[in-house]
Design a protein. Structure first.
Ligand code: LLP
Length: 427
């Protein structure tokens, strides 16, 4: 059971789990637990498969670094040729430190501050995806102050129905906070065309994450195509069409792997008709299956007829099970062959602190190492210091080598920004 979630990069040798050619137990011993472990081979493989599928259309991949902004992953993707999609000044900073230049960067997000707009313009980003009239006018003012012309995409909410695993990750339906309602877009285009420091060159959508079918892409693109036609009739050429992220990954046996050729077949004809360059912004697709979370079993206990496995990782490291009711396959790094039905919980003082509930899985004992699969996306980036828990370490594997790419936080890190003696000021 569950084996198909394992990929060529996560295999078993004499029963023990390996990431590429490095044993999970060795990493856990050397780097401690909890620790996120990423396979560089998975990222390389996914990048080359996606770009091969899209080869027939002029395109650029802009990795959505919100999924995993680890510098080693960013650098790897940059070396492969990827650009990046950022949604905050902090992500822009991280991207620049990882070597991305302005033309490699797309700046999105529904609530960019003046400071962030300024930072984006100063960095010379390729596209700022604007989500409202108010933001457009703010961007005009900031660009005027800097004496530059902002290269702008409009993020359209195409109002499409999206089937995915959780309401929190659907974004492209009527009434969501994201984007410009498609039936209000032309009015905004007219305004944009009248602004001296705005050059409208792109249309953008992101209809949701972990999309179960290609239908939302098809429906959303139809809307963008119609809009681009009308914009062209007004005399403005749309050069970039950004279809967002959303490619799904396999968390459980039944989950489909995305059909990249079918994805390309939906998109390419539209882009060719528009004679525009395609931008894709997958996040999860690259990083999710590249990563596992390793955690040590601390205790087992029975309570109220339930069997608990208490691990040294929980919602503070991987929030997805608790927040989205998300499934992650959990195995023992060295299974004994015995099975048990358990709740896998963390040490945090919350009943919602779990990694799995009522799960049939390998029976484990204190000291055993747990492998939580498909944890490379929206894992570390969503982790917190709740209960004053230092953030986990991150390790990158490449063949038979591994490196700690983010050190585990220390207790001192937890209090670094606090003032022992407040500097009181008169109000
Ligand atoms: N582009 C935009 C504008 C986005 O908002 C997102 C994700 C992406 C691209 C990348 O989507 P992906 O390819 O990763 O599906 N924390 C949630 C997922 C939230 C996604 C937010 N936006 C989770 O753990 O499932």
């Amino acid at each position: 059971m569950g084996q198909s979630v394992l990929t060529a990069a996560f295999t078993r040798r004499d029963g023990a789990l390996y990431c590429e050619d490095v044993s999970a137990e060795v990493i856990a011993r050397e780097a401690g637990t909890p620790v996120f472990v990423y396979s560089s081979a998975v990222i390389r493989d996914r990048y080359s498969r996606l770009t091969a599928a899209l080869a027939g259309v002029k395109h650029r991949v802009h990795y959505a670094m919100k999924a995993n902004g680890n510098r080693a992953i960013l650098s790897l993707l940059r070396e492969l040729g990827s650009g990046v999609d950022v949604v905050s000044g902090g992500e822009l900073h991280r991207a620049q430190r990882a070597g991305f230049k302005g033309h490699d960067i797309i700046f999105g997000g529904v609530g960019k501050t003046i400071r962030e707009l300024r930072e984006g313009l100063k960095a010379g980003v390729k596209l700022i995806n604007v989500e409202s009239e108010a933001e457009l006018l703010m961007l005009e003012a900031v660009a005027r102050e800097l004496g530059v012309v902002a290269q702008v995409g409009l993020r359209i909410n195409p109002d499409v129905t999206v089937e995915n695993s959780h309401a929190y990750i659907a974004t492209g339906s009527r009434g969501h906070k994201f984007g410009i309602p498609h039936d209000e877009a032309l009015a905004l285009v007219k305004i944009a065309r009248g602004l001296e420091h705005i050059e409208l060159i792109g249309l953008d959508m992101h209809v949701g994450s972990q999309l179960a079918t290609l239908e939302p892409y098809r429906a959303g693109l139809d809307r963008l195509m119609e809009l681009a036609g009308r914009i062209a009739a007004m005399g403005t050429k749309i050069r970039y069409v950004d279809v967002g992220g959303g490619l799904p990954v396999r968390y459980d046996d039944g989950d489909p792997e995305p059909d990249l050729d079918a994805f390309a077949a939906v998109i390419a004809p539209v882009l060719k008709k528009l004679n525009a360059e395609l931008i894709v912004e997958p996040g999860r697709f690259f990083s999710a299956a590249s990563g596992v979370l390793l955690a040590r079993v601390l205790y087992r206990k029975r309570s109220g007829g339930k069997d608990y496995v208490i691990a040294d990782a929980g919602m503070t490291e991987l929030l997805r099970p608790s927040h989205y009711d998300a499934y992650h396959l959990i195995e023992s790094a060295t299974p004994s062959g015995e099975r048990a039905v358990v709740d896998v919980v963390g040490p945090v003082c919350e009943s919602g602190d779990f990694l799995a509930q009522d799960r049939e899985m390998d029976s484990v004992e204190p000291g055993d190492l747990l492998v939580v699969h498909t944890a490379g996306a929206y894992g570390y980036v969503m982790s917190s210091n709740y209960n004053a828990r230092p953030k986990a370490a991150e390790v990158m594997v490449d063949g038979a080598k591994f490196a700690v790419v983010t050190a585990r936080e220390t207790y001192d890190d937890l209090v670094r920004l606090e003032q022992a003696h407040p500097d009181w000021r008169d109000a």
